[in-house]
Write a protein that binds this ligand. Structure first.
Ligand SMILES: Nc1ncnc2c1ncn2[C@@H]1O[C@H](COP(=O)(O)OP(=O)(O)OP(=O)(O)O)[C@@H](O)[C@H]1O
Ligand SMILES: [Mg+2]
Length: 361
């Protein structure tokens, strides 16, 4: 790992006790034939060692785009137009392709949204795990005498795949969705990364398998002190498993709070709507209130400064003209919100609102 010299955030207050992953004011756009898609704007996010953070938001809010940008695997049309991201002192946005390739799988791993497409369909599961183990053993100059096969069996055992010796011979199409998901997790964790990004790791699984996969990921995360970014549109699932939750709307991070605080006193109007549209254990479907309107078209030139403004009952001219900030200088706060009129407190009376005054200047 390179030194903090490469860290664009060095010298800031946060650098004294730096989070493992820190993203600041990240802007990303896609230049397409149909126009410029402003997929991320001013996104702030941080993760500490061992922390499990949920990244939630409707479909199209930028959750996957953000994670791909961090791993350096964005679509070719993507351009990062501002901001900084660092991982353990390494500048992720400035790192060369080789450094990023070394980081991926060894220090930062990802479980992708659809396991069947992420796994190679024409290679046996065991061979795919061995490939990962071999690549990283060679990179570390490690001794391979313990045996790759043994390592692969161990990796499958850790994700509770029964009869791992036999499963190593299987092709992905021979496995159930839940088993494929476990194989993906085994692949992602085989090299003991310090950060795992799990993008909708349980989509398409039945509820029981979903719980088993989540228990598995979070259990391993706790055991290994692995920071985990858990991406989901399922707020209830995030509530069950995450220490902290970051809410995204239309490419902006709008609220960042420890889980209990977010559910006890959600402050951003979008978060409040999301929570009331999420069925609770005893909630009836009839009582659910969907979030009004749709995400704005991110190609528009006239996007409001707060991208929730057009869906928000409290919005006024200020919300349309001046973007409220999340107060990223106050990462120690248990609850931060990017809103001029957060719930429960009047405008301009909170520390968040106070820090937002900077945006007016
Ligand atoms: N290659 C691309 N070219 C143009 N626009 C893109 C591209 N990839 C993503 N986008 C746009 O970026 C925005 C964010 O997409 P993203 O896939 O990150 O959403 P998401 O939050 O992961 O949604 P989901 O919950 O459906 O996975 C969307 O408006 C999407 O259309
Ligand atoms: Mg996605």
């Amino acid at each position: 790992m390179s030194s903090a010299r490469n860290n664009p955030l060095a010298g800031t207050a946060a650098a004294a006790n730096p989070p493992l992953l820190e993203v600041r004011d990240l802007n990303l756009e896609f230049r397409t034939r149909d126009g410029c898609v402003r997929a991320l704007e001013g996104v702030n996010l941080h993760l500490k060692k061992g922390e499990i953070v949920g990244l939630v938001g409707e479909s199209g809010s930028g959750k996957s785009v953000l994670s791909y940008a961090l791993l350096g695997i964005s679509d070719r049309a993507a351009r990062i137009t501002g901001g900084a991201a660092s991982f353990g002192g390494i500048d992720l946005l400035g790192a060369d392709a080789r450094t990023l390739a070394e980081l991926r799988g060894r220090e930062i791993s990802m479980v992708f949204q659809s396991p069947r497409t992420a796994l190679n369909p024409i290679r046996r599961v065991g061979d795919q795990i061995e490939d990962v183990l071999r690549r990283h053993a060679i990179a570390r100059g490690a001794d391979l005498s313990r045996g790759l096969r043994e390592g692969a069996i161990q990796a499958l055992r850790e994700v509770a795949i029964p009869d791992p010796e036999r499963r190593l011979q299987a092709y992905p199409f021979e496995l159930s969705g839940g088993m494929c998901q476990r194989v993906m997790i085994a692949l992602a964790l085989a090299c003991r990364p310090s950060l795992l990004i799990a993008d909708e790791p349980t989509t398409g699984l039945d509820v029981t398998t979903q719980a088993a996969v989540m228990d598995l990921i979070t259990g391993l995360a706790r055991e290994r002190q692995m920071a985990t970014l858990f991406i989901t549109h399922d707020l209830a699932l995030a509530a069950d498993y995450c220490d902290r939750i970051v809410v995204m709307h239309a490419g902006q991070a709008v609220e960042d709070a420890v889980t209990s605080s977010l559910f006890r006193a959600p402050r951003h109007p979008y978060t409040r709507r999301l929570i009331s549209s999420t069925p609770g254990p005893s909630g009836s479907l009839a009582s659910l209130a969907p979030v009004p309107g749709n995400l704005p078209d991110l190609r528009r030139d006239d996007l409001p400064a707060c991208r929730f403004a057009e869906r928000c009952e409290s919005a006024d001219q200020r919300c349309r003209r001046v973007r409220p900030l999340l107060g990223e200088r106050e990462v120690a706060l248990a609850h931060r919100v990017a809103c001029w009129y957060p719930a429960d407190l009047g405008a301009d009376t909170t520390s968040d609102a106070a820090s937002n005054q900077g945006a007016l200047g």
